[in-house]
Design a protein around this ligand. Structure first.
Ligand SMILES: [Zn+2]
Length: 1088
């Protein structure tokens, strides 16, 4: 049915409308001509109907009539307006700030009185004191400001002696040592060594300074988890250091021949041995006293556990970077990849690279019982369209023509390097279901003397882990080849979005955003996505942007109860062809709605309008919805306010974290069913019920972005960068993913943003390269070593150019009979990704306490099982951690305290929900940064003191992260902290005035305007370098992070400190040290 062309007459319309089966059309549309000589604003208001009922028949609909003047709706909802002081008092959580954020409580302590001094506040909030060490924090505090070396707080360990001068020639940055820390051995020790823990007995025997040198790589004391193993690295290394006495449980010296660098993958099977947790000395308030049944030397009892000796995430990352940077060839089954933080270049030699698929373990126990006993989760994190690094080859596209991809006749697995050709090449056996299938005659090839096909290295599907097939018609909806996907911008033009500057900003930037649309050449034709524009507040406006028009046209659908598409031709257009019309429209939209007083908005019908537009155009695509407020206008999907923030953190929080109605779930399913992805960009300044409206993004594979108290001047860059990346990154539309595994294991649970209409197919309307899906694998049958575990991920999708393709990823894992092999082949970062997504998913079912207890129990079980079955016998007072999992206690503690899982009433419900949505699509690199933020020193003492420019530059270009604890902050330093969502620049108060002047153009740190979200663009080297470092740090993350400036004692320092994840924050959380002690106690309980 052709409804409208670009010329209209009342007769036309009446006629067409009557043709329509939907007679409501008669009273629901209105037409406006835009631009031209008429004031578009007047036009708009003149041509609106004051109500939404049917105008009398026979009235002139053609846009030339003069309806009754529209009475502007005056805002009658004061809470919908930004509070006068809103944006400036906003904290990065964007919590409403009628009072300054300082007054918000962290944890569950009662609100302190307004105007309390920071020190009192600190105490009331259970945080750290800013000035007083008598607070008895287990972590030595930094204050009062120190010169140069970090000196410990009174009551903690003795001052650290300066490093021996003969070591200063080594490439180590300035470092201080504590008694009990090992002295690095020149040449062997890496820079920035973090020392491990020696057993107290050992420390006692050896005296301070030289003990604890068990492992040359990471300075930790290792014991073999089982009797001597080939390839293992010995503990203790007697003789490694002259005069070093042998340790109990050490391995025979013969084993120390092998340097750690030669171990495969740098992962060994050794456990790290830690001392029993010593008691806190009198006066220290260790919240969870360490278990200490072992008689300890008195010296040990008097000492507290040194946080610097706990396993360090920074150290683990540095070690891996050192040993595993560079090429990573995927030829071997079950090869453990480098950590996500290590720069590596995948060489696809038959298995997919770890950027596409990561497993939580690379050696799977043969028996399900063994797996169950260890409690180590088995799962995959799949980013099927992950961005590649320089030097990595994108998966090649294989076109099999009419034949289509060759598949197993039984389980339908796709041809891959794991298929075995038999019978002279006439048949192949499938590793997933064991069935043999006939090779199609077109695909036949002879085998060589080793049984390989002669064309193995000519065909990507026979020699690579990742590749694509071109889909035949059978792989298309209704057996019709798809059109290129479309992008529809759906813009809320109600008061809030206009007032904040969002409408204006977005329209101003659309042109440059559209230049980032993916364009792809398919079959010699340059395919490009088409674009369309919808605006809405209480009704929905469609725009005709056909290139042949002189000016854009607007259609208004006022009856939002039953949304339909009034415009078939000219809504979706090629952005290049319609460039001029789009330019005009982008000038007219902000002008038209500049005086909007509409505060009541709809949302459901606006999304439905986009969906109808795609349906009408018979193409898939995505909606970018820019929404501002709770949809309270009378329309489908209307919501009520339920901002009961006080429920967060309580047993009842699941009621506000779950949707209040199923409307947006149903809408999401409907969109998903049609291949319409919805991305929500929420710029709210009041409760918007993200938990409900976000469902539509979740079910369609979309992302949720949030800009609380959006102000164009402060957040504009962030919004535009996010939109640009979103548009650029979406690479696969209308996708269905299926994961096939060999027998004995099977995928059971799926986490991410998608919709599943059955138990195996993961459907998304669009996946981007930043998104990952996490899958838990169940092990329910015996495996054999010769078989291994085979995994094939197949994603059927429509490319931006409109080609139907399949992307295939293959991964083979080993099978082991020894439990120690499992612990040796774990990828803890992937384990944490899975645990995080599982925990966050459970939040809408269980209480947070149950979830947290479950996490603690599970980690205790993992470590206790290792201790019991893999470590050599030792005193129960010792904590022994498997090498690959030595950061498990740290990361579990980070998970227990992270915003997504633990955000309490200090956050808004929407921010909490936002975090939960964000977590669900994270790949392993993102989830790691979210759990353990990156803290990078931007300036250290040397540069602050005015060191030569050259050295300055070196430090700035290569900042290595430091541990996330207040201990690492120096008052004369500047640090950048980010977790992928928030970014802070912490500026010490003793930073050199030259540096401050160079970067902030003020004379002291105190004068810096911390409300800025951007650094000044000053024309000097320091300023350029700092901006460059911030830019580099930002470029590694998926979202453009707003920069929050913070100085010691600033109101926002509390928020910043919450991200120093090794420290204690509030009564409800534990520091890393405390948690390790607590976990040790749990492990001992399990072992007894
Ligand atoms: Zn099969």
């Amino acid at each position: 049915m052709r409804l409208f062309s670009h010329t209209f007459s009342a007769a036309d319309i009446l006629c067409n409308s009557l043709d329509s089966p939907n007679h409501r059309i008669l009273r629901t549309w209105q037409i406006c001509y835009l631009g031209g000589k008429m004031n578009p604003n007047d036009q708009y208001f003149q041509q609106q109907q004051p109500g939404y009922g049917a105008p009398p028949l026979g009235q002139n609909y053609g846009g030339m009539m003069a309806p009754p003047a529209r009475t502007p709706v005056m805002p009658n909802q004061p809470q919908q307006f930004p509070p006068a002081n809103g944006p400036h008092n906003m904290n990065p959580y964007g919590q409403p700030s009628p009072r300054p954020p300082m007054d918000q409580s962290y944890g569950h302590s009662p609100l302190p009185p307004q105007g309390a001094n920071p020190h009192q506040l600190a105490q009331q909030m259970g945080g750290m004191s800013l000035a007083d060490n008598s607070l008895k924090s287990p972590i030595p505090t930094m204050y009062p400001p120190m010169n140069g070396n970090v000196s410990p707080a009174p009551g903690s360990f003795p001052p650290r002696p300066p490093m021996a001068s003969n070591l200063q020639a080594s490439p180590m940055p300035p470092q201080t040592l504590t008694p009990g820390m090992a002295l690095p051995r020149p040449g062997l020790m890496p820079p920035m060594q973090q020392m491990g823990l020696a057993s107290p007995q050992q420390q006692y025997q050896n005296g301070p300074g030289m003990e604890n040198m068990g492992h040359a790589v990471n300075g930790q004391q290792f014991t073999s988890p089982r009797p001597p193993m080939g390839g293992g690295f010995p503990a203790g290394q007697p003789g490694g250091f002259p005069g070093h006495p042998p340790m109990p449980f050490q391995q025979p010296p013969m084993q120390q021949q092998q340097p750690p660098q030669q171990q495969q993958g740098g992962y060994d099977s050794m456990g790290s041995r830690y001392p029993s947790s010593p008691s806190y000395p009198p006066g220290m308030s260790g919240p969870i006293p360490g278990p200490n049944s072992q008689p300890m030397p008195p010296q040990q009892q008097a000492r507290r556990l040194d946080p610097d000796q706990m396993p360090s995430a920074i150290q683990v990352m540095e070690d891996d970077k050192r040993s595993r940077s560079g090429p990573f060839a995927t030829s071997q089954k079950g090869l453990v990849p480098p950590l996500v933080t290590t720069p590596f270049v995948t060489q696809d030699q038959g298995n997919s690279g770890p950027r596409f698929v990561r497993s939580s373990m690379y050696s799977v126990p043969a028996l399900p019982d063994m797996m169950k006993q260890t409690a180590v989760p088995f799962g995959l994190v799949i980013s099927p369209f992950a961005q590649l690094e320089e030097g990595e080859q994108p998966p090649p596209v294989v076109d099999m023509g009419e034949l289509g991809p060759v598949r197993c006749g039984r389980c339908k697995a796709y041809m891959c390097p794991f298929m075995q050709f038999i019978d002279g090449g006439r048949r192949f056996q499938c590793p997933f279901c064991k069935a043999t299938s006939e090779v199609p005659s077109e695909y036949f090839q002879h085998l060589d003397h080793t049984g390989m096909r002669m064309d193995k290295y000519q065909r990507p599907e026979l020699c690579l882990g990742s590749y694509e097939f071109v889909g035949t018609k059978d792989y298309c909806r209704n057996n019709v080849f798809p059109k290129p996907p479309a992008y529809i911008f759906v813009l809320d033009v109600s008061y809030n979005n206009v007032k904040s500057g969002l409408v204006h900003l977005l329209c101003q930037n659309i042109k440059s955003i559209l230049q980032n649309l993916p364009r792809e050449s398919v079959g010699g034709q340059k395919g490009g996505a088409r674009v369309g524009f919808i605006t809405y507040s209480k009704e929905v406006h469609f725009y005709n942007i056909k290139s042949s028009l002189a000016q854009p046209q607007m259609m208004v659908v006022g009856d939002v109860d039953d949304m339909f598409m009034p415009l078939l031709d000219g809504f979706l257009c090629d952005p290049v062809e319609s460039e001029n019309i789009i330019d005009q429209l982008m000038v007219q939209i902000p002008a038209m709605f500049a005086d909007s007083r509409e505060t009541e908005t709809i949302l459901g019908p606006a999304i439905k309008a986009g969906l109808e537009a795609l349906k009408a155009a018979e193409c898939v695509g995505k909606l970018l919805v820019f929404h501002s407020s709770l949809p309270i206008a009378e329309a489908p999907g209307r919501l009520k306010s339920r901002d009961e923030r006080k429920l967060l953190g309580t047993e009842k929080e699941k009621t506000v974290l779950s949707p209040q109605t199923t409307f947006y779930n149903q809408l999401g399913q409907e969109c998903a069913g049609f291949g319409c992805r919805v991305d929500l960009f929420v710029a709210n300044n009041a409760f918007v019920d993200l938990a409900t409206i976000g469902q539509v993004a979740r079910l369609t594979g979309g992302q949720v972005y949030k800009y609380t108290y959006f102000q164009a001047d402060l957040d504009g860059e962030r919004l535009v960068e996010d939109v640009r990346r979103n548009v650029e990154q979406t690479v696969a539309f209308d996708s269905i993913m299926r994961v096939r595994t060999s027998t004995g294991v099977r995928p059971v649970d799926f986490y991410g943003h998608f919709f599943m209409s059955n138990t195996t197919d993961v459907e998304t309307a669009g996946i981007d390269s930043d998104q990952a899906m996490t899958i838990e694998i169940k092990h329910d049958d015996k495996l054999t070593d010769e078989d291994g575990v085979y995994i094939q991920v197949a994603v059927l999708f429509t490319s931006p150019g409109g080609q139907r393709r399949l992307r295939i990823h293959n991964l083979a894992l080993s099978v082991c009979n020894q439990m120690a092999d499992l612990y040796r082949s774990c990828d803890l970062d992937t384990v944490m990704n899975l645990l995080m997504k599982q925990s966050v998913t459970k939040l809408t079912e269980s209480s947070p306490k149950q979830i947290k207890d479950g996490l603690i129990n599970r980690s205790a079980q993992i470590l206790a099982c290792y201790r019991k079955n893999c470590a050599s016998p030792s005193s129960p007072g010792q904590l022994i951690l498997p090498e690959c999992m030595k950061l498990l206690p740290l990361y579990i503690n980070c998970l227990l305290n992270c915003d997504a899982l633990s955000g309490g009433s200090d956050m808004s419900i929407d921010d909490r929900t936002f975090n939960m949505f964000a977590v669900q699509t994270m790949h392993v690199g993102a989830s790691l940064a979210y759990l353990y933020p990156r803290l990078v020193p931007i300036v250290d003492a040397a540069t602050a003191a005015g060191a030569p420019e050259q050295e300055d530059q070196q430090l700035l270009l290569l900042p290595s992260p430091v541990r996330c604890t207040v201990d690492k902050l120096r008052d004369d330093g500047v640090y950048c902290l980010d977790n992928g969502i928030h970014m802070f620049l912490w500026i010490g108060l003793s930073v050199s005035p030259e540096w401050i002047h160079g970067v902030f153009n003020t004379n002291s740190a105190a004068q810096i305007d911390i409300d800025r979200t951007k650094l000044l663009e000053l024309d000097n080297q320091r300023s350029q370098e700092v901006r460059s470092v911030i830019g580099q740090l930002r470029s590694t993350r998926q979202r453009h992070m707003r920069l929050t400036l913070v100085r010691p004692r600033d109101k926002l320092e509390f928020v910043f400190r919450k991200f120093l994840v090794e420290d204690k924050h509030g009564d409800a959380s534990s520091s890393y040290v405390d948690f390790l002690c607590h976990l040790h106690k749990e492990i001992r309980n399990l072992l007894n």
